[in-house]
Design a protein around this ligand. Structure first.
Ligand code: ADP
Ligand code: 5GP
Length: 206
């Protein structure tokens, strides 16, 4: 039986480990397509255009909005971030599980447009550990770190909107848990409508 692709949203506090988890998830398991977002923020050292993000000017980003080339976008700490439409639609139509690593405003917009999307929220075990990881990453100034921690407190208000909360304590355990949740999501009745229809029809004719 053909599996239907699931649109998966992964959100979580900045520094919780989303980027690290996604990298491990696609290394470890087949069948995931990772969407690359567009952003107006500047690349961090080591980040490459077209790999972590498509790095755009404000004008270029606003043109994408005008062209309806993004399925969602949001402002986060003074920058635009958005999901290019073409890749997501293509991969879903080919039956792949597509992962969007996006913040909460975008996540809620995705849920409106794709009611079957699976929304996962990644957290550290504690706020102290979040501060430690954000500082330890060494890619932001203290001012930006403080801004992101304030933003985390706001984002915590939305945690109940998600389908699952996943705690990134031990990295490998968390990667496995994410995969298991996504795997199990393929078996819900709502994502197997075609199979249910088929069985009903066959049983009627049996
Ligand atoms: P995000 O993408 O959520 O902002 P990152 O993936 O950049 O977070 O991770 C933030 C920092 O925390 C990085 O330095 C990363 O190496 C570290 N990190 C990620 N997961 C873990 C973990 N399970 N245990 C310890 N450190 C981690
Ligand atoms: P960072 O600057 O740390 O890479 O990302 C900042 C925040 O923007 C993170 O919470 C990340 O999940 C979110 N983000 C990344 N890409 C997108 C996107 O395409 N849309 C939305 N709404 N948020 C995004």
């Amino acid at each position: 039986m053909n599996r239907e692709g699931i649109l998966i949203v992964i959100s979580g506090f900045s520094g919780a480990g989303k980027g690290t988890l996604m990298k491990r998830l696609v290394e470890e398991y087949d069948g995931y397509a990772l969407s690359i977002s567009a952003t107006t923020r500047k690349p961090r050292p080591g980040e490459k255009d077209g790999r972590e993000y498509f790095f755009l000017s404000r004008e270029q980003f606003e043109q994408k909005i005008a062209d309806s080339a993004l399925i969602e976008y949001a402002q986060y700490c003074d920058n635009y971030y958005g999901t290019p439409r073409e890749y997501v639609e293509k991969e879903l139509s080919e039956g792949h599980d597509v992962i969007l690593e996006i913040e909460i405003q975008g996540a809620l917009k995705i849920r409106e447009q794709y009611p079957d999307a699976l929304l996962l929220f990644v957290s550290t075990p504690s706020a102290k550990e979040l501060r430690r990881r954000l500082s330890g990453r060494g890619t932001e100034t203290q001012e930006v770190i403080d801004q992101r921690l304030r933003r985390a407190a706001q984002e915590a208000e939305g945690m109940e909107e998600y389908d699952y909360i996943v705690i990134n304590d031990d990295l490998e355990t968390c990667v496995r848990e994410l995969h298991e949740i996504i795997h199990a999501a393929h078996f819900t009745p709502g994502r197997n409508k075609a199979f249910i229809e088929k069985m009903r029809k066959e049983l009627e004719e049996n």
